[in-house]
Ligand binder design. Structure first.
Ligand SMILES: C[S@@+](CC[C@H](N)C(=O)[O-])C[C@H]1O[C@@H](n2cnc3c(N)ncnc32)[C@H](O)[C@@H]1O
Length: 619
């Protein structure tokens, strides 16, 4: 499998050099992110390389050996390719006459035409020659006029270090305390990247290339940056998001790009942006507003809470956090977006954290966002179930839900949604639209109806439905504290009532077997047993495993015992066999000796009778 992986990567890199992009199907690569699809997705590539190598060996144009680690740099052809591109011989979408290129290029293009990357035409007027052009997906992987390409993102996800974590995904199911990436490399992904400048570089490049369409959409539809003078982008990578925000909103005087020291050390200088290295788990700078994109998603609920605590300390009262995070849909559907989102989540669980993150759209708000009255933008995938008509063969969809109740916005009046228009194709555009009839009250009602999460993270600054005063700006004042404590009591009461009703109504929780499992939480109880059956099994010592881990231990010690017993038996059998062989050999020997003795006896007798005969004849 390793060889296959590196072949695939080499090929990606190889085609990636054709035009500063890569022509490898993103759908294939996405498929390759899953162990099951891996071999299937890559077989075709291996096959191709196998065929191609026959030709390469003869003319030594390219070395596509499967063990090669470095990107291929065939400067002559690449140079020519680019020059022809510049002079318009293969203007942007049409590839040159491949007959004048080494055969590998033809093989490559022909194979890639079997994916929706290259379109192939057999042109009669050119004597049946094959001509290729980039499809929309193909275009998304080639650097466009704005310098955008999805290729670094694809390459980032397919580095050996990341791919090697996939075969261990099943272990994370049994033991979610450590993610497969950390299992393979002995440390978490971000600290690993920190020691590998190349990986960090690719991460920065990948992030830079995918943020523009997203940010364009945010800035087109969202006006919550108004009044912000000092903005920090936490986990801001190279600072690109800040750059684009500051370009659009000149009233923001200072942007702080906050990321790990090793990341900001390599970030380019951007006007009005200060790069600050630090750890968001320790502290962040005090500012008017915090921006954060695709950060929470890679951390567990507990870690997110820690991050939120620090945000809370850093934000002046009533100021805002603008969070853009993917949120899993409440209901799974068959849309490509839901699938991509779930795949993305599995990716995050494999590389960044194995523990399940339970937050959905509503839960996310409980991570103190609501308490700070600062939820502004959030990706909300579940909104898109009924908008399939807008979702073509896209990769992600994104929506923003504005329930900004900070400042004077007691009621948020709009909800913004955006989705990638037509995937990454066609200039990577998003569509954004507004919905007028949205109110924060509705959100809060929803909030109160989700007690499970409330109990864990509810803060004393939750705004109650119908509350008329503006809590966020003043919520640090003592008078308001009192009022909000009262509110908290009410909320808690409601929550516990709701919880009780929900518990009663929940058919699964009500099942006898669920109750049994709850009462015997440390036992491993498989199947639907009732209390009596458990007692029966316990008396027969059948409910014997205290937990999965002890089950595993017992299981493995049994395996060992069995192996030992087998070994002893085998030794015994071998010894018996050896004894039998020896016995046989002994008896064979005895027989031979007896035979020899007999022969000797006969010989002696014969000699004796011959001697007697001779004596009689002479005598
Ligand atoms: C998925 S990237 C998102 C980058 C950027 N916000 C964007 O959307 O393009 C997550 C970022 O979080 C940063 N990060 C990870 N751990 C961090 C920490 N403890 N403190 C600050 N930043 C951190 C990473 O270096 C990385 O740049």
């Amino acid at each position: 499998m390793d060889n296959k992986l590196s072949v695939a990567r080499v090929l990606v890199e190889y085609f990636g050099h054709l035009d500063d992009g890569c022509y490898v199907a993103n759908h294939r690569l996405r498929k390759a992110q899953q162990p099951a699809g891996l071999a299937q997705g890559i077989d075709a590539v291996v096959d191709l390389v196998g065929k191609a190598r026959l030709t390469i060996d003869n003319n030594k144009v390219l070395d596509l050996s499967s063990t090669r680690q470095e990107p291929l740099n065939d400067t002559t052809y690449l140079q020519r390719w680019r020059e022809e591109g510049k002079t318009g011989q293969h203007p942007s979408l049409h590839l040159p006459d491949l007959d004048t290129y080494p055969p590998i290029w033809r093989w490559g293009c022909q194979e890639l035409a079997t994916y929706p990357l290259l379109a192939q035409q057999l042109q009669r007027e050119f004597g049946g020659k094959r001509k290729y052009s980039l499809t929309k997906i193909g275009k998304s992987l080639v650097t466009d006029a704005e310098g955008l390409s999805y290729a670094p993102y694809v390459l980032q996800h397919h580095q050996d270090a990341l791919m090697s974590a996939w075969p261990l995904v099943h272990e994370a199911v049994l033991d979610p305390t450590i993610e497969p990436f950390a299992k393979v490399h002995g440390e978490p992904a971000y600290s690993y990247y920190g020691k590998k400048p190349k990986m960090n570089g690719l991460m920065r490049k990948a992030m830079s290339r995918v943020f523009v369409p997203f940010m364009t959409s945010v800035l087109d539809g969202y006006d919550g940056f108004k009044g912000v003078k000092r903005l920090v982008d936490v986990g801001g990578s190279a600072g690109d998001c800040l750059r684009i925000i500051l370009q659009k909103h000149c009233f923001i005087c200072e942007g702080i790009n906050f990321d790990l020291p090793e990341v900001v050390a390599k970030a380019p200088s951007i006007p009005e942006v200060t790069h600050i290295g630090g750890d968001m788990f320790k502290s962040i700078h005090v500012v008017d507003a915090i921006f954060m994109k695709w950060v929470l998603t890679t951390w567990t609920d507990d870690e997110c809470k820690l991050i939120m605590e620090n945000y809370y300390k850093a934000l002046l009262a009533g100021r805002k956090l603008i969070a853009c995070e993917p949120v899993l849909p409440d209901d799974s559907n068959e849309s490509q977006r839901t699938r991509a989102l779930l795949e993305g989540d599995i990716f995050v669980m494999t590389i960044y954290r194995a523990k399940e993150i339970k937050y959905g759209w509503k839960a996310l708000k409980y991570l103190r966002l609501v308490s700070m009255t600062v939820v502004v933008a959030c990706l909300k995938m579940s909104d898109y179930g009924d908008r399939k008509e807008n979702l073509k063969d896209g990769i992600w969809s994104m929506a923003f839900s504005d329930c900004d109740s900070g400042g004077n916005h007691q009621k948020a009046t709009k909800k913004m949604s955006a989705t990638i228009d037509n995937s990454y194709c066609d200039g990577l555009r998003f569509k954004a639209w507004l919905e007028k009839d949205y109110s924060v009250e509705e959100e809060i009602t929803n909030l109160l109806e989700t007690p499970k999460v409330v109990t864990a993270t509810l803060e004393d600054r939750v705004i109650e439905k119908g509350q008329s005063s503006e809590p966020s700006l003043k919520d640090k004042e003592p008078v308001e504290e009192e009022a909000s404590k009262e509110t908290l009591e009410n909320v808690k009461e409601k929550v516990s009532k709701l919880q009780a009703t929900i518990d009663l109504q929940d058919p699964i929780k009500n099942e006898a077997s669920s109750i049994v499992k709850k009462n015997h939480s440390s036992d491993l109880i498989l199947g639907n047993l009732d209390e009596q059956m458990v007692k029966k099994k316990r008396s027969k010592n059948q409910v014997e495993f205290r937990s999965w881990s002890s089950k595993m231990q017992i299981g493995s010690s049994r395996v060992l015992e069995k192996q030992n017993a087998d070994r002893v038996l085998e030794q015994q059998q071998n010894a018996d066999r050896a004894d039998r062989v020896l016995e046989q050999q002994n008896s064979d020997l005895v027989r031979v000796l007896e035979q020899q003795n007999e022969n000797r006896w006969h010989l002696a007798l014969g000699c004796k009778s011959m001697a007697t005969d001779a004596q009689q004849q002479t005598g």
